[in-house]
Design a protein around this ligand. Structure first.
Ligand code: G5P
Ligand code: MG
Length: 228
């Protein structure tokens, strides 16, 4: 489906709420949409052993956030490098911004480049069930592809569907670290929600599963962006 207006979407949601899952479905449904996941970017830096990766790996493993200035710089560079920092670009951000400061700093950068965020979707999923999801999650670090042994298992056990390479566990998917990530999310989301509600672009989309949530997000996008 090709959209008539330039969608620039931010996906908010607790760890394990399904941001990555919805991202991959959305880019399939809307092929002109580009996606940027802050977590995937950081994990790729960790895998390559870059200075940013070295700085981030300890924080990620402890369930702490990477400093705001660093994150804003990283995302700005990625938008620039992909030529997405302009009003013609369509993209969605998964996992960034994550604090009030990141949101304000990003807006400054976007405004200067006439590429404002025009839709924010918060995934509203019962937080009691998401630890189980994350305990059964396996990922293909190089591509960011996400599997779940119960919900969307790989075709061959513990192997990536496209490359056949071995899947890995995320180091921050332990019960202890997950609890910290969830607490941090619940602390920061109030500010972010209020920030985007004031701009009139925030929408909460609730559902027990990603299958229930996905068509709701798709309908919302079509309603708002399928005509000039
Ligand atoms: P990330 O990588 O951004 P989180 O914690 O925000 O990490 P996470 O864990 O990646 O979010 P998700 O993307 O919301 O969760 O969820 P997902 O991967 O799609 O789904 C979770 C699992 O459930 C998968 O196995 C999936 O297959 C399965 N699943 C999906 N839907 C269903 C369903 O309906 N039913 C069932 N049964 N299963 C389902 O950030 C990681 C770290 O990087 C740093 C921080 O340290 C952070 O902790 N970082 C930042 N630091 C500062 N600022 C930023 N902006 C940062 N961004 C990242
Ligand atoms: Mg994710």
């Amino acid at each position: 489906m090709v959209l008539a207006r330039q969608l620039r979407l931010l996906l908010l949601g607790a760890p394990g709420a399904g941001k990555g899952t919805q991202t991959s479905r959305l880019v399939k449904a809307f092929p002109t949409l580009n996606a940027l996941s802050s977590g995937d970017i950081l994990r790729a830096e960790v895998a390559r052993g870059t200075p940013l990766g070295l700085q981030a790996s300890k924080l990620i493993e402890e369930g702490k956030l990477v400093p705001d200035d660093t994150m804003v710089g990283v995302i700005k560079n990625h938008l620039l490098a992909n030529d997405w920092l302009n009003g013609d670009a369509l993209w969605l951000l998964d996992g960034f911004p994550r604090t009030g400061n990141q949101a304000r700093d990003l807006d400054k950068v976007l405004k200067e480049n006439r590429a404002d965020i025009n839709l924010v979707v918060e995934l509203e999923v019962d937080q009691k069930s998401i630890l189980e999801r994350v305990e059964a999650r396996w990922i293909h670090p190089a591509s960011g592809r996400v599997y779940n042994l119960d919900y969307n298992p790989p075709k061959e056990p513990y192997k990536d569907d496209e490359t056949g390479e071995k899947l890995e566990k995320r180091k921050d998917d332990t019960k202890e670290v997950f609890g910290k990530r969830l607490d941090k999310y619940n602390e920061e989301i109030l500010t972010l929600r209020e920030y985007y509600q004031k701009k009139g672009i925030w929408h909460g989309v609730a559902g027990e599963t990603s299958d229930i949530i996905f068509p709701k997000i798709k309908d919302l996008i079509l309603k708002k962006f399928d005509r000039p």
